[in-house]
Design a protein around this ligand. Structure first.
Ligand SMILES: [Zn+2]
Length: 67
């Protein structure tokens, strides 16, 4: 059982004042599409920094566990 399969990641955009949860699989695409469409490709929207840390830990654990 992998804990990272169905993880929703909060993407926050300070300029739009929005927080959107997206599946980890769609994360890069969603952030890029949002910034592209609404912010002329500027890096405005991003993963919640707190969550990004936790996520890195989870992914790291997962990688270590699967070795
Ligand atoms: Zn935005």
């Amino acid at each position: 059982m992998s804990e990272t399969d169905d993880v929703d990641v909060p993407v926050v955009c300070p300029e739009c004042g929005t927080e959107t949860r997206v599946a980890l699989d769609d994360l890069a695409e969603t952030v890029e599409a949002h910034n592209d469409r609404l912010h002329d490709g500027e890096d405005v929207a991003s993963v919640d920094p707190d969550l990004a840390d936790q996520l890195m830990d989870m992914v790291a654990d997962d990688l270590i566990a699967s070795e």
